[in-house]
Structures are given as C-alpha cells and as structure tokens.
Design a protein around this ligand. Structure first.
Ligand code: SF4
Length: 287
C-alpha cells in the first residue's frame, strides 16, 4: 500500500504556544489549582493528557463557575475568550494566563479598528469559542454562516468582511463572490490564518487519485472539519479521531493520503500509519 502524508499537517504555532504555556505553568506551580476556561485546543487526547496532570476544565456557565473560584490560575484557550469573561477574571483578581493565538488576536484587533467607521460581516461557526470571543467585541458584528444569512443584511451600508481563522477557502470564495456582486460597499479582509491556508491548499492541490483520503482530527476541530470538506471534493474521504475507528477492510486499498487538523498530535497520525501497515501501534509523545 502507498501511503502519502500530505504536508504541512498537524500542530500549528498557535497550538504549540498554548500547550507549551500550559505545561510550563503546571510545572512551575505544582501546588496551585489550574483551570482551563475551555478546551485549550480542540483535541480530546490533548485534553485528556492535560486533565491527567490535575488541570481542571471549567464546564457550563463560565461566570458562575468563576464566581466559585477564589484562588488559582485561569488559562484561556487558543481560540480567544469573550471580553466580559476576561474582565470578570481580572475583577476577581484571579491569575490569568491568556493563550489566545496571535492570529485570532490580530483579527480581533483589525475588527476593533474597522468598527470605527463601518460594520462587520463575520463569517464564522456559531457557538465556536473564536466566534463567541469576536462577537463579544460589538453588536455591530454580524455573524454569517452562509449566503442565506447574508441576504438578511442591509446591502446599502458600509461593511468590512472578515472570516474566522479556520474557515474553508472555498466557502470564503463563495461568500466573497456573493458580497462583491450584491453589496454596495464592502472591504474584503483575509481572516484565514496561515496554518489553515497552507493545510487546506495542500489538500486542494492534490493531483493524484487516491482510493481514500484520511483526515485525522477531533469532532470539535473547526479546521479539521473544514479540511475534511475539502478532502471530500477530491474523492473518497473519512474523518477519524483515532486509528481505532478503522477496520481491516481498509488494508485492501492501494493508495491512501493522510492529513490532520492543526490540533492533532503527530503520534495519532503515526498510529494510523502503523495500523495501515499492519505494524505494532506505538504510543508516542503527545507534545
Ligand atoms: S489554527 Fe490558526 S488561528 Fe487556530 S491556533 Fe492554529 S494558527 Fe492560531
């Protein structure tokens, strides 16, 4: 069987930064209670590892949960945090470690600047932490997920358009085409991060035919799911979080390509390859 690893894939700089910061905080503060405000990154195996170090995940209503914490270190996720929650942590004088990825922060800074003169059309995923953090900036940011949402907006006023960092290239193209043809005055800003762009472009650029493209990612990973959408345009594709979801019939295929989300540890991909080759499954380092 020929197995092609699509490159680049796996951890982006934002994930590495968030993980390194969190592990260092754990190491330097062995006695402190440490809390993650959300999934640090969207990967279950990474989260299980962090929880195994005694780090706690805050579930449910953040403000209510924080009101019951009197001492400890609060770590935000790489995807950003709504401003009212950051303000509350500071107000409560809890120690705050912000791991927001600089691409996410850069997009929010652009939006804050553009809001001085226009409203914002924001292409994002409803309920995703990055979208929630961005929408918390102002009521003049309109979240859209598709063209139907765009149709509800006043087309005569001035806007800037920007997307969440992990949106699909094809979706951005579809939406910007619609905006250009139907709205009067919209400044188009590229919001996709470099890591997402390069991983998606590598899938879009696939020239050879494969029996199957495997995308390894977590069910919560926005960039992983977008990679999967693009992979499906190229032929047969599956989205898995672990080699354990595969079965023996896959070993009858001749050509397989494999890629992974920006929050997928490399060892999960190696395990998939071990499985496909009939090798012993190695437990590798998460970081
Ligand atoms: S996918 Fe992009 S925006 Fe998200 S953490 Fe990685 S580099 Fe940052």
């Amino acid at each position: 069987m020929l197995i092609h690893k699509i490159r680049p894939q796996g951890y982006c700089k934002g994930v590495v930064n968030a993980l390194n910061k969190t592990l260092l905080i754990r190491k330097e503060n062995p006695q402190e209670d440490i809390y993650l405000l959300n999934m640090l990154v969207h990967n279950k195996q990474v989260m299980d590892y962090l929880l195994s170090l005694g780090i706690k995940l805050i579930n449910g209503d953040k403000i209510q949960a924080l009101s019951n914490i009197h001492k400890g270190i609060i770590i935000t996720s790489a995807h950003g945090t709504p401003s009212h929650i950051l303000d509350y942590i500071k107000e409560r004088k809890l120690t705050l470690i912000d791991t927001t990825c600089y691409h996410v922060q850069a997009n929010m800074d652009i939006i804050i600047n553009k809001l001085k003169e226009k409203k914002i059309i924001y292409l994002g995923v409803k309920g995703h932490p990055e979208a929630e953090a961005t929408l918390s900036i102002s009521d003049n940011i309109f979240l859209i997920e598709n063209i139907k949402d765009l149709e509800k907006l006043n087309k005569e006023i001035n806007y800037a358009f920007i997307s969440q960092t992990t949106i699909s290239l094809l979706q951005i193209k579809e939406i910007t085409n619609y905006i250009t043809n139907n709205f009067k005055n919209v400044e188009i800003i590229n919001g996709q991060c470099q890591a997402t762009y390069l991983r998606q472009k590598a899938v879009l650029d696939i020239k050879e035919e494969y029996d199957l493209i495997i995308v390894v990612g977590d069910e919560n990973s926005s960039n992983g799911l977008k990679l999967f959408q693009l992979a499906k345009n190229k032929g047969n594709a599956i989205y898995i979080s672990s080699y354990k979801q595969l079965n023996e019939t896959i070993k009858t295929l001749n050509k397989i390509a494999i890629t992974s989300a920006a929050s997928t540890p490399a060892y999960l991909v190696e395990q998939v390859i071990n499985y496909l080759k009939g090798e012993e499954i190695k437990e590798l380092n998460l970081i």
